[in-house]
Design a protein around this ligand. Sequence first.
Ligand SMILES: NC(=O)C1=CN([C@@H]2O[C@H](COP(=O)(O)OP(=O)(O)OC[C@H]3O[C@@H](n4cnc5c(N)ncnc54)[C@H](OP(=O)(O)O)[C@@H]3O)[C@@H](O)[C@H]2O)C=CC1
Ligand SMILES: O=C([O-])CC(=O)C(=O)O
Length: 271
Amino acid sequence: MPTEPVPRPPLRLALVGWGAIGRRVVQLLAERDAGIVLAGIAARTRPAELPSGVPWLQHPDDLGAATPDLVVEAAGRDAVEPWGHAALRLARGFAVSSTSAFCDDGVLDRLVATAERHGSQILIPPGALAGVDALAAAAALPLDEVRHQIVKPPAAWRGTPAAGLVDLDRLTEATVFFAGSAREAAGRFPANANVAAIAALAGIGLDRTRVELVADPKAVGNGHRLRATGAFGTLDIAIENRPLATNPKSSEMAALSLVRLVENHVRPLCR
Ligand SMILES: NC(=O)C1=CN([C@@H]2O[C@H](COP(=O)(O)OP(=O)(O)OC[C@H]3O[C@@H](n4cnc5c(N)ncnc54)[C@H](OP(=O)(O)O)[C@@H]3O)[C@@H](O)[C@H]2O)C=CC1
Ligand SMILES: O=C([O-])CC(=O)C(=O)O
């Protein structure tokens, strides 16, 4: 006998960060009618325009009144720990975009302890990177090496320590200006290399993952190439991302990846 479908309550989503990624995520979720209620949006200064009826969250404790099911951070590394502890106390999950915060092992350990205490989960979306699912699965067997190359146009590296390492205005060809560990890459370039920490956490860790940062005057998008070898075989994946219009350092894919994560919380088919 057919039974009535069980109604699926909308997911209450709180966003930490109302910049390029946060706004794009909200826009895409609204266009896709995804069954999401915006429970609140956090930024340090009161945003001029928020979607109607959505409260501004000034302090992590404000999450208590917002009663979110899921909290998504797309703000900056300083936001991760304070908002993370509150989110993991009050919601089922806390998704992190500013994964460079995890270059400090203490931050991740403390957040994991809070998640364990409250039965919640820290979620690390693939962000702008492709192939993280395969890399994380491969890590169940020994991995020999993981290499991650990030290639962006010079404009995307402005306002970062890259400007002191290479003359960004006069480059004529692709130039590697940094080679080192994922910990150092994400730690020194937190606006551009959060993905290095994502690759590291999926694979062989922040110190063994090798990263190259490249400024390329011919690049039109933000490129990521991930290569790994190990007992599973070999992986070599490249992605060329369109930058977000309002922040050329960040890729459209970082927003799309969050949309996928949010929708997987409400759909009968998780994909
Ligand atoms: N995982 C990934 O693949 C990727 C991660 N990122 C990271 O995601 C984050 C967001 O990127 P993007 O949207 O492009 O950045 P933007 O600079 O466009 O926006 C950041 C927003 O966060 C707010 N904010 C910053 N710090 C805090 C804080 N401590 N508490 C509350 N709000 C804060 C800012 O507003 P205000 O200053 O008013 O507080 C602003 O609204 C960045 O850390 C970026 O490096 C980016 C691309 C890819
Ligand atoms: O969006 C990207 O291409 C990657 C990025 O900025 C980051 O990891 O911080």
